[in-house]
Each structure stands twice: as C-alpha cells, then as structure tokens.
Design a protein around this ligand. Structure first.
Ligand code: AMP
Length: 218
C-alpha cells in the first residue's frame, strides 16, 4: 500500500507517517529528511540546490523529482511507501505518477491532514527532533534527549516563527492545489480535520486507522 501524506508544515505528516510505518510495516520517503541529509554534506552535487530550504522556500521540482526517483528505485520491493512532504506541487504529482507507473506501482491513498494555524504554531514552536532516529517530540513531553537513542534533541533550523509563516504561505500557494489533483485521482482521498491542540498523536493515529479500516485498507 502506497500512501501520500498531505498537510501543511506541522500537520503531523512525519509523526503520523512514523506510526504507520511501525503499525503497517511500510517504508518512508521524506523529501525534507533527504534534503537535510544533503545539507550536511558540502561536497554533495546537490548541496547548493537545497540551500533554499533554510529560507523556507521550496527546492526546485527538477532537483526534488530527481532525488525522489533515485530513492524510489531503491525501494521498489518495499511492502508499501509513505510519501511525506512529496509531492508539494502539481508538477511533482505528475512526475510521481510517471515514476510510479514506470515501476509498476500505484498510489493507493492520500491522507490529507487539515490542521488549524493555532495547532501548527503550538506544535512547530515546541517541536524537538532526534538527529539519530528522527523521531519527533514536543517540548511539553519534557525530554531533552531521545528516550530511544539517548542523543540530545534538536530544534530544526526552520522551526522559527518567521520561517514557519513563509512555509505556510508556500503551502497555501503551491501545495493546496494538490487537494484537487488527488480528489480527482484514481485513489482513495481521506481528509482529517485537527483543530484541538490537546489531541495527542496517538489519538490522531487511532482516527487514521479507523478511517483506513472503514475503507478496507487495513
Ligand atoms: P519538511 O521536512 O517536509 O517540512 O520540509 C522542509 C523543507 O524541505 C521545505 O520547507 C522545503 O524547503 C524542502 N522540501 C521538502 N520537500 C520538498 C518538496 N517536495 N519540494 C520542494 N521542497 C521540499
């Protein structure tokens, strides 16, 4: 089963993707994580192309599609893939359709996480990430090191209010159009609204599984 996670920055794509990986045995493609890895390697051929990430702008479609295609080829025997943060533009969605069909794969479902701005700011300004296993935590949980790998947790460079606002604008301008693209696509479109800051990631996960099971996906 191949699933695309749609939703603005801070909507929980990474966290919910992680839950689904653990529960359904899927693998994860996060373009944000792939780009952050490249940013750590000044000698990487795409190092300069991904610098825009620091300003909250999107990496070009050409570079993004190339990175995803290379990753996808390595994962074609996986039980299923979760796409997190990709596609983000209609051009990327069309490119993904071409890549999937050339690998004899298809998108089965799109999970659209509709999260209010208030919830997004609460989450992103308090987000702490493990640089080892990439698990995501919130400052309210009180961890300073990852409980799994014991590595100190970090604040992402782009999790500050100015960059968050730019990323939300980019989402509205370019990515929101994907909702229409996938509503008309030959796959299931599942939309969840999250407007309560106190809702835990486990509660959201349970709702997702309920929606999947209603549709016979699990
Ligand atoms: P994320 O981890 O998904 O929030 O992505 C962090 C940043 O990586 C974004 O703000 C963009 O600069 C870049 N990025 C991630 N995915 C894409 C994509 N599909 N297309 C273009 N840029 C991307």
């Amino acid at each position: 089963m191949n699933i695309i996670m749609l939703g603005p920055p801070g909507s929980g794509k990474g966290t919910q993707g992680q839950h689904l990986i653990e529960c359904l045995g899927l693998v994860h493609i996060s373009t944000g994580d792939l780009f952050r890895e490249i940013l750590k390697q000044p000698e990487h051929p795409l190092y300069r192309d991904v610098q825009v990430l620091k300003e909250g702008k999107l990496v070009s479609d050409e570079v993004t599609n190339r990175v995803v295609e290379d990753t996808l080829k390595k994962l074609k025997d996986a039980k299923g893939i979760i796409f997190d943060g990709f596609p983000r533009t209609t051009e990327q969605a069309q490119a993904l359709d071409r890549m999937m069909s050339s690998l004899n794969m298809r998108i089965d479902a799109v999970l659209d996480l509709n999260v209010t701005r208030e919830v997004i700011l609460h989450r992103l300004l308090g987000r702490r990430v493990c640089p080892g296993c990439r698990r995501v935590y919130h400052i309210s949980q009180g961890y300073t090191v990852c409980p799994e790998c014991k590595v100190p947790l970090k604040i992402r460079d782009d999790d500050n209010e100015e960059t968050i606002n730019k990323r939300l604008d980019e989402y509205k301008e370019k990515t929101a159009a994907l909702k229409d693209y996938y509503r008309e696509h030959n796959c299931m479109y599942i939309s969840l609204t999250i407007d309560d800051v106190s809702m835990t990631s486990q509660e959201v996960h349970e709702q997702i599984i309920q929606e999947f099971s209603k549709r016979g996906l699990v």
